[in-house]
Design a protein around this ligand. Structure first.
Ligand code: AVI
Length: 337
């Protein structure tokens, strides 16, 4: 999964100040998050090599429905989705490659419609990029593959400049958008719209609000994989930032916030303890929680509001039978902003 961080204006590099390395940005985010009154560690740092493998396992869990349900939507509607793009897409730009199965379904439909299609995976991880490119080259030996190493916005802008003619179809699947707070999601979507040209399309996956028990089962599995995924963030801090978190002194907690609505993940300190990270000490109370992830569960009205706030035109929305998930197809219209 590519970093969504670069969408915010504070992340735009200052001309005279070099952009921090990923390790330095990780250090800054962790120290700032631990210094807050309500401590928080950004979920974007879950995805080191081991975290990415654990996420692959989460996607296979019986209770983690989003991947299966979205695959079902694309299986059923790929042709209809692509029929909305006049002449078929000239390029499919994959923002966060995931397991590749959903992209493969869309690419197959795109190749059948347009014949000659460019596939451009975008990722900050060179390893993820190489495996996404390799998978698609293996499936379609003649496919033109143009991997773009970078964050979503810069990568999409580069792919859009390179793809002639319009329209291009960008994919932001898996409800990755749901891991951002509302304002950050709007900033990212606006930045993506600006990176696209008039007539280009964006397909966005939104996990929808549903029965709380279903949501809780998806984020707190009896197999303990989500707990391991969450705790791996502490292991990564220990390894990369010289931290001394004792993993056995924390437990995973998943809660439901009906207000947003969203699932949230936390790491709960099982005793009063002092932890050191990058030479800084933090006292954690018994039962104190570190916030690690938000995962929005959108209403239909919120999806419309996001499209409007980001300046996209809504083209169509596709659901599974239970209406647990939605893939929204948006277009860049004439109105600029
Ligand atoms: C990547 N993202 C959309 C997942 C989600 O459902 O929010 C990450 C995840 N966290 C716990 N389980 C899965």
């Amino acid at each position: 999964m590519a970093s969504t961080r670069a969408a915010t204006s504070s992340d735009v590099p200052h001309p005279r100040r070099p952009a921090p390395t990923a390790r330095e940005q990780f250090r800054r985010d962790v120290l700032a998050g631990l210094a807050r009154t309500e401590r928080a560690l950004p979920s974007v740092w879950f995805y080191d090599a081991w975290g990415s493998r654990l996420f692959q396992r989460i996607m296979q869990l019986p209770g983690y429905y989003p991947t299966r349900v979205e695959t079902e939507i694309i299986e059923r509607h790929a042709d209809a989705m692509l029929a909305s793009l006049p002449g078929g897409p000239s390029a499919v730009v994959d923002l966060g490659a995931g397991d590749g199965a959903k992209t493969r379904l869309l690419l197959r439909a795109a190749v059948e419609r347009a014949g000659d299609v460019v596939y451009a995976p975008v990722d900050v991880s060179a390893t993820a990029l190489a495996s996404a490119a390799g998978r698609m080259r293996a499936a379609w030996p003649g496919l033109r593959v143009r991997p773009v190493h970078g964050d979503y916005v810069a990568g999409l802008a580069q792919a859009a400049r390179a793809s002639v003619p319009a329209p291009l179809l960008a994919l932001l699947l898996g409800s990755n958008i749901g891991n951002l707070e509302w304002s950050a999601a709007v900033s990212l979507l606006r930045a993506l719209r600006r990176a696209l040209r008039r007539g280009d399309h964006l397909l966005v996956g939104f996990d929808l609000l549903k029965d709380e028990a279903v949501l809780r089962a998806a984020y707190d599995d009896p197999e303990g994989v989500t707990a391991a995924f969450n705790l791996n963030l502490l292991a990564r801090i220990n390894r990369e930032l010289g931290g001394d978190f004792e993993l056995g002194c924390f437990r995973h907690q998943a809660t439901f916030d009906a207000g947003r609505p969203a699932m949230e993940s936390w790491l709960v300190s099982l005793r009063s303890q002092v932890v050191t990270v990058a030479g800084r000490r933090f006292l954690l109370g018994d039962g104190e929680r570190l916030h690690t992830e938000i995962s929005w569960k959108y209403t239909e009205a919120q999806v419309t509001a996001l499209a409007r706030e980001a300046g996209f035109e809504e083209v169509a929305r596709y659901h599974d039978e239970r209406r647990w998930f939605q893939d929204a197809l948006w277009r860049v219209g004439a109105v600029a902003g």
